[in-house]
Design a protein around this ligand. Structure first.
Ligand code: NAD
Length: 330
């Protein structure tokens, strides 16, 4: 059985659907700080199955102990965490407590219950500003924000665990820019609450929350002057976690760190143009000054992930726009 933390969040709910579709037994846990119980009904109507859910905090050892005592958990997929880069700079203690302390707790209780396999949501934020694209896993991590530091610390904790006896084996997946939503239109990112990704910002314009899209600089030295990023459809990302589980169940032991991205860099103007084609309307935008800490180009080298896990993304930028646009009427 799989314990999925952060289960009702944006990515967690998509992974939950993929797991149920492949007949995995799953218990989801979430403290609902950035999601709601509505997700359970949506997961149930998409999957046709009743999700097992426990509301609670991963920092609560008693709760984790009771979950591991009640259910025969063999693997953990750990997503619960705080993800707002800007907020992480001003709420460092909270980010440390949840993102690092929460993982540490989980590992302690896993060990006590002989659960020795975990997939961890890391982030391309561990790479920082100077890594040349395509960014390979060999690039030296140098996070430029506190959020990235907490993810790197999480990876380091997992590397230590793989050297203990018995070892907890792990796959840390460094997500690039996750976007899109489930084709049912029922699951999507909580854009108003947290994210300031390009797709969230486009959504805010399309639903009338903002008047125009801010483009942070058009003098980046890229093919059209705007920033290049790697956008990965959330369904492809979710499927990658199934490959990670297979990797953990295979012969290989240790701690793996792999990029999960599309391997393709798109400029802001290219995304806006593709989106306008799908939406059949103009997206008003204005160029504003660069943000501190931004980089011009960031996209993944995905060769190691394909080689080690046999995973590669199937969805396109157009699929992301279509699925994202569907949720704008929600
Ligand atoms: P999300 O906020 O939608 O989901 C995270 C979930 O964790 C939420 O439902 C929240 O309620 C829950 N949570 C937060 N603190 C908790 C705690 N202490 N105990 C229990 N539950 C808690 O975010 P998401 O986009 O689904 O991201 C999931 C994971 O992936 C996060 O760890 C994030 O850092 C990582 N990640 C996301 C992206 C992205 O583009 N969305 C990119 C890189 C990494």
């Amino acid at each position: 059985m799989i314990l999925l933390t952060g289960a009702t969040g944006y990515i967690g709910s998509h992974i939950w659907i993929e797991l149920l579709a492949c007949s995995f037994q799953v218990v989801g846990v979430d403290n609902l700080s950035n999601s709601s119980l509505d997700r359970l009904g949506e997961i149930s109507s998409i999957s046709g199955k009743s999700p097992i859910f426990i509301e609670g905090d991963i920092r609560d050892k008693l709760l984790l102990t009771s979950i591991f005592s009640k259910y025969p958990i063999t693997h953990v997929i750990h997503l619960a965490g705080l993800k707002d880069v800007g907020e992480s700079m001003v709420k460092q203690r909270q980010y440390l407590d949840v993102n690092v302390g929460g993982l540490r707790n989980l590992l302690e209780i896993m060990r006590e219950h002989n659960c020795l396999k975990i997939v961890f949501s890391s982030s391309a934020a561990v790479y920082g500003e100077s890594a040349p694209s395509p960014i390979s896993e060999q690039s030296i991590p140098a996070p430029s924000n506190y959020y990235g530091e907490t993810k790197l610390e999480g990876e380091e904790l997992l590397a230590e665990e793989s050297n203990r006896v018995p070892a907890i084996n792990s796959v840390s997946l460094r997500y690039f820019n996750v976007a899109g939503s489930h084709p049912s239109g029922l699951l999507f990112d909580n854009v108003l609450a947290s994210s300031n990704s390009l797709f969230s910002e486009i959504t805010k314009v399309l639903i009338g929350e903002n008047n125009s899209l801010s483009i942070y600089g058009d003098d980046w030295g890229t093919r059209d002057g705007t920033c290049i990023r790697d956008y990965l459809h959330v369904s492809d990302l979710a499927k990658g976690h199934l490959n990670a589980l297979k990797l953990l169940d295979g012969a290989a032991d240790g701690s793996f760190t792999l990029n999960l991205g599309s391997g393709v860099g798109q400029t802001v103007y290219e995304v806006v143009s593709a989106y306008e084609g799908i939406a059949g309307r103009k997206i008003p935008w204005k160029v504003v000054s660069r943000r501190v800490g931004d980089v011009g180009v960031s996209f993944a080298d995905t060769r190691l992930c394909t080689q080690v896990m046999g995973w590669s993304p199937k969805k396109t930028l157009s699929d992301i726009c279509i699925d994202n646009y569907r949720t704008c009427s929600k």
